[in-house]
Structures are given as C-alpha cells and as structure tokens.
Design a protein around this ligand. Structure first.
Ligand SMILES: Cc1ncc(COP(=O)(O)O)c(C=O)c1O
Length: 443
C-alpha cells in the first residue's frame, strides 16, 4: 500500500507537544511561521517582538546570516559523520574556538544534543571522576529546590520543580537538595543580586554533616535559576558554595544552559559572578537555537584524570550518535563569528543597565508583586489567582494577551520571563514595557 502523507496536512491533533497544555493550545493554536532579527511573524505576517529569544536561545537574533551561511556550507560539504571513533574538522574547530573563549580553567568540552544531556553528562563525569581519584564512595549529588536541569532522569533528580518530578517515581538514589533562594519578604524588587540570603548557602555545609563529605560527589546549581522565574543568586551566595565545595572536596557544577553564551556579556556567567566551578554545562545559545547542541566543559585536571590506562581503552563510556554533529558544530562557529563581528556581547554590557531600569519601571503596575533581574534576564512575578487550582492564571492570561498584541514572552508559574535576543535596543525595551503595563491593566 502506498502511503499518502498529504491528506492530513492541516491537522494539529497528531503532534503531542512538549510542556504544553495540549487541549488548550489546540483550541487556539499560537503559531509562528517565520522569523528575522528581533521578530517572529505569524500566518498573517504580523510581527511579534521576540522578548524571549525563542526559549532563551536565539541570542544573536533570528535568521542570523553568518550562522545560516555556516550551516549551509557545512551541509553542502558533510551531512553527518559518525561521532564514535571518527572525527570531522568542524567539530574540533568548534571545540577549540569555544575553549579559547572560556575562562582559563576550562580546557575540554564534551558535546551532546541538549541542555538535559549536557547536565546528565556532567553528573556522570562527576561521579566517574571521584571514583578515578580513589573516592568511589562519593555517590551523592546535590541539587536545589526550584532548579531546572532538563528532563532526563539525572536532571529531574537533582532538579527541584515538584511537578517535573511528581509522577516519575523514585528517580536517582543518593540525591539531596539545597533550599531555593527566593525570598519575597526580604528581597522583593531587588535590582540585580539581592542583598539577603547568603546564609542559604550554608545549607550545603549542613548536608555535608548529614551525609558526610566522603559520600558527596558534586553540587549542581544554575547561577541564576531561569525556568522557575529568574532567581538571581543573593550577594556572596555562589562564592560561599564554592568555598564549602573546596573545603570538602565536592565538585561544583554550574548549569549555564541559560546564563552561558552571552546573557551576561561573556562566554560564561562564572566570569560575571567571579566564581569558577569545576564543570559548566551549556546548550541553547551555542548554536543560536538553530541546530540542537549541548556542551559540558571541564577543567584540565578532570579531563586528565581520565587519560590513564591502556591507550586502546575508551576512557569515558558515554556519548551520543549526534555528539558534535557537523551542522551543530558549524552553527557554533557561525554563532561565534556573528558575536565577534557584530560585537553582540558589547551590546549586552551597554544595555544591561537600561534593561534593568526598563524592567523595574514596571514596579507599581497592577498585580506585579516582584521584579527580578540579572544580566539580560528578568522575571516579573504576577499575583496568584485566588483559584487554588489555577494560581498562575493571571500570568498566563497576560502572556497570551501579550502575544495577541505582538510581544512573545515566556511564562512559568506566576512569572513572566523576559530575555530578548542580545541585539535588542531601547526601542524594543520600550515596546515590551509599554505592552506589559497596558496588558496588566486589563487582567
Ligand atoms: C538551566 C537549564 N538546564 C537544562 C535545561 C534543559 O535544556 P534542554 O531543554 O535543551 O534539554 C534547561 C532548559 O531550559 C535549563 O534552563
């Protein structure tokens, strides 16, 4: 029987969408059909200002010519190369270029296809490294409440978003969590890093007493928790975590899937916060959102710890069919070229203060109960709806109305998140703020 793939072309039924209320979406699909620069366009060619960089990933703007050209040229040359035991020049070039831009301690990078995979790779490397050092009892991994580390079993185990964990069973053994750092009472409307909460890092020391340092492999934190609504770290918090890790031989992993690759005007926000972890994960902005890719960066001593034993042995039994895919590697190089040539990260530094001012100008807007910002990331917390079964309703309605009025934001729980492509200017900020203010008056 010949298949006919044409007959159901206009149905939205068959696709089971990720992290989406299927029935609500399918009643009134919100579609975008093309994009350029700071804008998406819908079926009617109406422009929609992208205040979310897609999903925190299109950092150099849509339809970026250098990224596009790099991918096209690579596709003409080499569509795929096996990633195990064969190489292709583009992936080595991408790795070298990335490492050249990373903070000094990071000398090697392992590629995967997503933030979730970059995180699981980091957790596996941490466990294997402790064992290689002769500290094989260190099996415990510590995450944090409200953290998002993707959706794989490792990531949801150390992650701290209850709904992402609730129905999936016991998850990984040997996991514990730090408390989250959101403190509305003391820190509401703080600009940048809040003043209060450094002592929350001391919870790590309490977990060390509880589990014993000899059992703890690593702690993983997002420098700024993104997906839970943008929670910048309290002043001194990350440094304190680093100090406790050093004191007890615990590896520190920073999950920079959102904060890395430009949101703080440099390759890694570790530089911005002046705290160097042992392992860094990235994804999203690496390829400007064009081709999926994840990256796990490690310090030299971690890589070298694996480089022992007979040469014919595989040192790390881990990898993906599409690790370092030629198109993704080309996209990395194109993205780096765009960042360099167009001085995109200079724009981040230039616009960081105006971004902060614009976001905080929304203080006093109806139903806005908190505004948080750091780098080019902001979370605007909206009052809970009195319906206990739908507390995020005001926020969701605001986000939908904003889309109707031509601004795309991300919303998570009661938070509107703003993270535009890093090529934005004051006029984009003005439009975002004006429309949020107008919409909140109607909700
Ligand atoms: C901090 C962090 N880690 C991991 C992930 C997972 O990335 P992905 O959706 O590419 O698997 C995300 C996604 O938003 C993230 O924000």
């Amino acid at each position: 029987m010949a298949y006919d793939f044409t007959t159901a072309a206009n149905s939205v039924e068959e696709y089971w969408m990720p992290f989406t209320p299927q029935r609500l979406f399918k009643k009134a699909p919100r579609m975008v059909v093309r994009a350029r620069g700071m804008h998406y366009y819908d079926q009617d060619n109406k422009p929609i200002l992208d205040a979310a960089a897609g999903m925190w990933c299109v950092n150099a703007g849509h339809d970026q010519p250098k990224v596009k050209e790099a991918i096209k040229a690579q596709l003409d040359l080499l569509d795929y190369a096996p990633s195990f035991q064969f190489g292709h020049p583009t992936v080595f070039k991408a790795a070298s270029r990335l490492i050249a831009g990373m903070p000094k301690p990071f000398t090697h990078v392992f590629f995967s296809n997503s933030g979730s995979e970059a995180v699981d790779t980091a957790l596996k490397i941490a466990l294997a490294y402790q064992r290689l050092k002769g500290e094989g009892t260190r099996r415990t991994l510590i995450g944090r409440e409200r953290a998002y580390h993707g959706v794989n079993f490792g990531g949801i185990s150390v992650g701290g978003l209850p709904y992402n964990r609730a129905v999936f069973g016991q998850l990984l053994p040997n996991i514990d969590h730090l408390p989250h750092t959101h403190d509305l009472n003391r820190n509401a409307f703080a600009k940048g890093q809040p003043d209060h909460g450094i002592e929350l890092a001391d919870a790590l020391e309490r977990l060390v007493y509880l589990h014993d340092a000899s059992n703890i492999a690593a702690v993983i934190v997002e420098p700024v928790s993104g997906s839970t609504g943008v929670l910048p770290p309290p002043k001194g918090y990350l440094k304190r975590i680093r100090e406790i890790c050093d004191k007890y031989g615990i590896l520190m992993i920073m999950d920079e899937v959102i904060t890395g690759f430009g949101r703080f005007g440099s390759m890694s926000s570790a530089e911005y916060f002046d705290v160097m972890p042992d392992i860094i994960t990235m994804a999203k902005g690496l390829t400007n959102g064009t081709v999926p890719m994840g990256a796990t960066f490690v310090r030299k001593e971690i890589y070298e710890a694996f480089m022992h034993g007979p040469e014919q042995f595989i040192e790390l039994m881990h990898g993906y069919t599409y690790s370092g895919h030629p198109l993704a590697a080309a996209a990395v190089i194109g993205t780096l070229d765009a960042i360099n040539d167009d001085k995109i990260w200079d724009n981040v530094k230039k616009m960081e203060r105006p971004f902060e001012e614009a976001m905080h100008s929304l203080k006093g807007t109806p139903r806005v109960v908190d505004i948080r910002n750091c780098g080019i990331l902001a979370g605007i917390q909206i009052e809970d709806h009195p319906d206990k079964h739908d507390p995020g309703r005001y926020c969701r309605e605001a986000a939908y109305e904003l889309f109707r009025r031509g601004v795309m934001v991300r919303y998570t729980g009661p938070n509107i998140c703003v993270s535009p492509p890093l090529i934005f200017d004051q006029s984009h900020l003005d439009e975002i703020v004006t429309k949020i203010r107008d919409v909140m008056k109607t909700i």
